[in-house]
Design a protein around this ligand. Structure first.
Ligand SMILES: C[S@@+](CC[C@H](N)C(=O)[O-])C[C@H]1O[C@@H](n2cnc3c(N)ncnc32)[C@H](O)[C@@H]1O
Length: 240
């Protein structure tokens, strides 16, 4: 993976802060318990604190590096002239990796720019990253809701999404987003949706829409948001 020049923030920064604070509080309680000679409580708090600290380290690794490594590998299959759409692109972690491989193509990112879902999230930050990565000639950030995409049917050859669809709070909304992705993808086009929740539901929605070439796979430890219980699956589909 080539060196990054943009600035991509942290996914769900409140979750990462919570894990670090949780670890500090548990380790402080451990020290307090040892001070009072309550050994069993001290050991329990120490184990809890170290476990929470390890979860924070895993989360930090994934949001700052792991997801970039995984997506760089996933996007190696791009041929260079595709029209690609990133659903919930945020500051452009996946979008810029894709754009770097699309010398003759176009990378569009759609987002609502929620700062709860990603720190420093705004369209201007995504545009600045496109300039920093030297791909501003082929990157287009668009403000929009993935449940109602402002694009025509079959407008894209490839659609990607990373850790974004789960942010839609209701199952019906998430199904609508997957349906919209299916609508704006051209026949024969490729859909890659990575998420740490609801991936089986995305797969089921695609099957209901008549997509038979669809599978789900675990993206491995580099995409753990805190541990294997918060691992990320990739739903990969080819529109008939
Ligand atoms: C955890 S961030 C991930 C951003 C980016 N894909 C990445 O991997 O760095 C989730 C993104 O989804 C966006 N998002 C949430 N709900 C959305 C919706 N209904 N339509 C478009 N974007 C949405 C948020 O604003 C945020 O940028």
């Amino acid at each position: 993976m080539r060196k990054r020049h943009g600035s991509y923030g942290f996914d769900a920064p409140w979750a990462l802060t919570g894990l670090f604070f949780g670890a500090v509080i548990l380790l402080a309680l451990a020290a307090f318990s040892y001070g009072l000679d309550i050994l069993a409580a001290g050991v329990a708090f120490t184990l809890g604190g170290l476990y929470t600290l390890a979860s924070a380290a895993s989360y930090l690794y994934t949001t700052r590096r792991g997801k970039f490594v995984v997506w760089a590998a996933e996007l190696r299959r791009l041929e260079g002239d595709e029209r690609l759409l990133d659903l919930g692109c945020g500051r452009g972690a996946t979008l810029m990796l894709a754009a770097g491989r699309l010398a003759g193509g176009r990378a569009t990112g759609v987002d609502l720019w929620s700062t709860k879902d990603q720190s420093g999230n705004k369209e201007a930050a995504t545009r600045a990253n496109a300039v920093a990565e030297g791909v501003s000639d082929r990157v287009e950030p668009v403000t929009g809701d993935m449940r109602e995409l402002p694009f025509g049917d079959g407008a894209f050859d490839v659609i990607v999404s990373s850790l974004a669809v789960h942010n839609i709070p209701d199952a019906e909304g998430r199904a609508r987003a997957v349906g919209e992705a299916h609508r704006v993808l051209r026949p024969g086009g490729l859909l890659l949706v990575a998420d740490f929740q609801h991936a089986p539901a995305y797969e089921a929605t695609l099957r209901e829409l008549g997509v038979t070439d669809v599978r789900r796979r675990d993206l491995g430890w580099r995409f753990w948001y805190g541990g294997p219980w918060f691992r990320t699956d990739m739903v990969e589909a080819r529109k008939p």
